[in-house]
Design a protein around this ligand. Structure first.
Ligand code: AMP
Ligand code: MG
Length: 501
C-alpha cells in the first residue's frame, strides 16, 4: 500500500540548493493579493505522492500563492544565461520563477517544484517578477495537452489567481503556476559557466547533471561526451514530436531548452490549425527565426551552443562528430512518429517517400492534420480495393472535406497507402485502434485557450477545468465540449500572440 502524503509532509531533498551559493539567489515568493485557487491537477499531485482527496485548497493557495512557506522547501532563483534570437545574453536567470525544492517520490523520481510568477529576484532586471493569468492559463493547459499527446514536457500542479494587476496588453490579472518537472537545468546553465570562464564549476555542474539525470553516462569512456549525445538524442526525439503534431514553440532560445529534452517555458506557442510550414507563432519574431519548419535546424543550432559550452570538458572533434549526426537522428525519429500516425509499424524502404508525399499534400492544402488523422483512424480501407473504385467514391466519406480540392492527388496517395498497408501484420481493427491511440480528437488550439482565458478573466474558471480532462485524454471521445473536435471558427485565424506574458 503506497504511503500518500499531504502538502505539509512532502518528501523534499533540495540538492540544487546545496550547490555553490553563487549559482543562485536565496529567495522567498512574494504573496499575491487575494490569491485564490483556479485549478488543481490531481494527476500531477499523484506523481508527487500527494493524495488528491486530501489536498486542502486553502493550503494550495497559502503555499502556492506565496502567503506561507511550504514546509521542506528552500526557494532559490537560478542563474543561467543563453542565446536569445541568436545573440548571447549574459544577464538571464530566474527573473520571476523560483525553484521551491525537489520532491523525491516513492518511485525514487526527483521532481522540482517551481513557482512561476513568484515576484522579483536578483535576475528580474527591470521587470516585475510576475506572470499574467493569460499566459499562465496557456502554460497550465498546454502542459496537460503535451502529457496527453505523449510529448515530453514540464507539467503543472495548480494555478493560482489573484486580484493583483500588472501592465502587459493593458492591465491584466497576475497568477502563479506550480511547474513540476525533474529538470530545471537549461542549456543556458552551461553557457553561463562557459562564457564566465568558470570552467571548474562547469565541470561541477556537468558532474551534478550527469549524476542526477544521466547516471548511465558515468560508465562511458568519456562521460561528458556521452552526456551530450544523450541530450542530443532526447532533443531530436522532442523536436520530431513537435513537427509531427504541428507544435510551434515560438521562442526557442537556449535558455528555454531543457537538458532533459522536455518542452520547456511556454510562451506564444501554437498548435497549427492548418498545416503551414512557415507559420510564425510569435508576432515579435519578425524574421521568422522560430517559424515552424525551422525548428529542427534551430534546435540543432541550440545543441551546437551547448556543445560549445562543453568544450573545456570534451574534445572539439568529438563534439562536432556528434553534432553531425543530428539531422539523421531527427529524420529517423520523425519517420517513426509519422508512420505511427498512419498505422505503419512494419518497415519498407519507401516509407519515408510515402509519408513525405502526404506531408507535401498537407502543405499544398493547408490541411488540418489533427482532424485528418482523426478521420483516417476511423476509416476502413485496407480491405477494400481502393484502386478499382471511382475517384469520387474514393474521396468521399470522412476524408472528403480534406481531399475535394485535388481528389486525383489525394487518391493517388491513398492508393499507395492502401498498397503499403498490405505488408502490415496487424488486422485492420487492431491497426485502427493503434492509430486512434496516437491521433488525438482534441488538440489545444489557440482559440480554445482564448475562450478559457476570456471566461477566466471574468472570474469563471469552469472552462479551464473542463478542458483539463479532455486534453489529458485527447484520443477519447468526451461527452462535453464535443464541438472542440470540429474545425476552428474563422476568428481563430486572427489570434495574435506575442512574447508578452
Ligand atoms: P522568457 O521570455 O519567459 O523565457 O524569459 C526570458 C528572461 O526574462 C528570463 O530570464 C525570465 O526570468 C525573465 N523574465 C521574463 N518575464 C519577466 C518578468 N515579468 N519579471 C522578471 N523577469 C522576467
Ligand atoms: Mg524562459
Amino acid at each position: 500500500m503506497p504511503l500518500l502524503r499531504n502538502l505539509d509532509n512532502l518528501n523534499f531533498d533540495n540538492s540544487y540548493a546545496r550547490l555553490p551559493e553563487s549559482w543562485f539567489q536565496r529567495t522567498s515568493p512574494k504573496p499575491l493579493k487575494h490569491a485564490h485557487l483556479i485549478s488543481f491537477n490531481p494527476r500531477v499531485a499523484q506523481r508527487l505522492d500527494l493524495d488528491p482527496c486530501q489536498v486542502n485548497p486553502d493550503q494550495l493557495v497559502a503555499y502556492f500563492g506565496g502567503l506561507k512557506p511550504l514546509p521542506g522547501t528552500t526557494p532559490i532563483a537560478m542563474k543561467y544565461t543563453g542565446h536569445q534570437f541568436g545573440h548571447y545574453n549574459p544577464d538571464l536567470g530566474d527573473g520571476r520563477g523560483q525553484l521551491l525544492g525537489e520532491v523525491v517520490n516513492q518511485r525514487g523520481e526527483r521532481l522540482d517544484l517551481h513557482l512561476k510568477g513568484a515576484g522579483q529576484t536578483a535576475f528580474s532586471r527591470f521587470a516585475d517578477g510576475r506572470a499574467v493569468l493569460r499566459s499562465s492559463i496557456r502554460e497550465y493547459l498546454v502542459s496537460e495537452a503535451m502529457y496527453g499527446l505523449g510529448i515530453p514536457s514540464t507539467e503543472a500542479l495548480c494555478l493560482i489567481g489573484s486580484e493583483e494587476y500588472t501592465s502587459r496588453l493593458g492591465m491584466e490579472p497576475c497568477a502563479m503556476l506550480v511547474r513540476v518537472t525533474p529538470c530545471h537545468i537549461r542549456f543556458g546553465h552551461f553557457e553561463w559557466l562557459y562564457y564566465a570562464q568558470r570552467h571548474e564549476e562547469l565541470k561541477q555542474l556537468a558532474d551534478y547533471t550527469i549524476a542526477r539525470y544521466y547516471p548511465e553516462c558515468l560508465g562511458a569512456d568519456n562521460p561528458y561526451l556521452a552526456f551530450f549525445q544523450q541530450v542530443q538524442e532526447k532533443t531530436a526525439a522532442l523536436v520530431a514530436c513537435w513537427q509531427v503534431y504541428g507544435f510551434v514553440h515560438g521562442v526557442l532560445n537556449t535558455d528555454n531548452m531543457s537538458i532533459l529534452g522536455e518542452t520547456f517555458d511556454f510562451g506564444p506557442f501554437t498548435f497549427l490549425d492548418h498545416y503551414e510550414p512557415d507559420h510564425i507563432a510569435n508576432k515579435n519574431d519578425d524574421a521568422g527565426r522560430y517559424a515552424f519548419f525551422r525548428q529542427p535546424n534551430i534546435v540543432h543550432w541550440n545543441l551546437a551552443c551547448l556543445a560549445q559550452a562543453l568544450l573545456p570538458l570534451v574534445d572539439r572533434q568529438l563534439l562536432e562528430s556528434a553534432l553531425e549526426m543530428f539531422p539523421q537522428q531527427f529524420a529517423d525519429q520523425e519517420l517513426i512518429r509519422r508512420k505511427a500516425r498512419l498505422g505503419l509499424l512494419a518497415q519498407h524502404p519507401d516509407d519515408a517517400k510515402l509519408t513525405e508525399q502526404l506531408w507535401q499534400l498537407f502543405k499544398q492544402h493547408r490541411t488540418d492534420i489533427t482532424r485528418f488523422f482523426s478521420r483516417l483512424s476511423e476509416l476502413s480501407i485496407s480491405e477494400r480495393p481502393i484502386s478499382e473504385r471511382p475517384m469520387a467514391e474514393l474521396s468521399t466519406e470522412s476524408l472528403k472535406a480534406f481531399t475535394e480540392r485535388q481528389p486525383e492527388a489525394w487518391s493517388a496517395w491513398l492508393v499507395s497507402y492502401q498498397q503499403r498497408l498490405g505488408i502490415e501484420v496487424a488486422s485492420e481493427p487492431i491497426r485502427l485502434q493503434q492509430m486512434r491511440s496516437v491521433n488525438p480528437r482534441y488538440i489545444l488550439r489557440n482559440y480554445m485557450a482564448e475562450e478559457a482565458i476570456r471566461e477566466a478573466t471574468q472570474g469563471d474558471y469552469r472552462l479551464v477545468n473542463q478542458l483539463l480532462p479532455i486534453l489529458r485524454h485527447p484520443t477519447e471521445d468526451h461527452d462535453t465540449l464535443r464541438h472542440y473536435q470540429q474545425a476552428p471558427p474563422d476568428w481563430a485565424a486572427a489570434i495574435c500572440l506575442t512574447c508578452s506574458s
